[in-house]
Write a protein that binds this ligand. Structure first.
Ligand code: DON
Length: 304
């Protein structure tokens, strides 16, 4: 397969078309990003790699970070995490509160904001220096040194984060947040503010694609069963109430972020990251979805 030619063709086709959707503005700092940024990075398990367009520019990974926090909590606590968060698609927006009341504070899955906060709470309890330790973990699985939180983005989100604050406090009222909501939210906003480029994201997600993956310290992160499960949750819940659509059109486990990034994983074959800040109505990158649909269609490399 000539991946380079396929990627280039799709990129040129999509960049010539109208760039629909809107950049997220509810986090004031994200509204400042140039909406025409468009980057792609492909990395195969046998280390073939190709970057196109703005693949070297850093962007706010936002909800993509929820996969990293889930993997760390899963590694530390094992299957006990499922006592506090479910594995069902919610069919609701990423920031929805509605199901928490009837579900007694147990979020449907770890990728909606509510579920990600419960996972953050577990990490805040366990890690000595939660923010520093989490960042060190991200660097270790990415095997990259230049990864940072964006204080500016984290502060910007905290300044308007009324809904997330409501979510966290509401879950606390059911007893499913153990720490002070302020500490959990601080960790959550910082986690979402991590900045990476497309290549760093493809590398970070290799632990879900390559069964021989080892961290920079030579450790295996998750065993085969846990890896399968994280991929399964990305497949069913990675795009909120557009998860079915992504599965239908792209056919890969993946995760989106409101910064316009999408990472998709083909177990045993490759990771691919697309970044384009304009989002569709469901909060997922418009061009990212289009690019990945075309990629798995042309290459016939989806998991189905
Ligand atoms: O909590 C929020 O609203 C953001 N920090 C993350 C949301 C997000 O990325 C949704 N993804 N498409």
């Amino acid at each position: 397969m000539n991946y380079k030619a396929v990627l280039k063709n799709i990129y040129q086709t999509i960049i010539a078309e109208e760039n629909e959707g809107k950049v997220a503005t509810y986090i004031p700092e994200l509204a400042k990003v140039n909406s025409e940024n468009f980057g792609v990075h492909f990395l195969s398990v046998d280390t073939e790699e190709h970057g196109i367009g703005d693949w070297q520019k850093k962007f706010s990974i936002q909800s993509i970070s929820k996969v990293i926090s889930l993997s760390l909590a899963y590694k530390i606590f094992g299957d006990t995490i499922w006592e506090r968060v479910g594995v069902e698609p919610s069919g609701t927006a990423f920031n929805s509160l509605v199901q928490l009341e009837s579900d007694h504070g147990i979020p449907r899955n770890p990728f909606i904001n509510a579920g990600a906060m419960v996972i953050c709470d577990m990490l805040v309890t366990h890690l000595k220096n939660p923010k520093a330790d989490f960042l060190a973990y991200v660097k270790e699985i990415c095997n990259c040194d230049q990864i940072q939180y964006s204080e500016t983005v984290a502060r910007s989100e905290a300044s308007i984060g009324y809904r997330n604050k409501a979510l966290c406090n509401y879950i606390k009222s059911f007893g499913n947040i153990k720490n002070d909501p302020k500490d959990v939210l601080d960790f959550y906003f910082n986690m979402c503010s991590i900045e990476m480029n497309c290549k760093e994201l493809s590398k970070t997600f290799m632990f879900l694609a390559n069964s021989n993956f080892k961290t920079s310290k030579g450790e295996k992160l998750l065993n085969t069963s846990k890896t399968k499960r994280v991929n399964a949750i990305m497949q069913t819940c990675g795009f909120y109430d557009e998860s079915g659509e992504f599965s239908f059109k792209v056919g890969l486990p993946g995760k989106s972020g409101v910064g316009g990034g999408i990472v998709a994983v083909h177990p045993d074959r490759y990771c691919i990251t697309v970044w384009s800040p304009k989002l569709n109505e469901k909060g997922n990158s418009y061009r990212g979805m289009k690019f990945l649909e075309a990629f798995t269609t042309v290459t016939e490399l989806s998991i189905f």
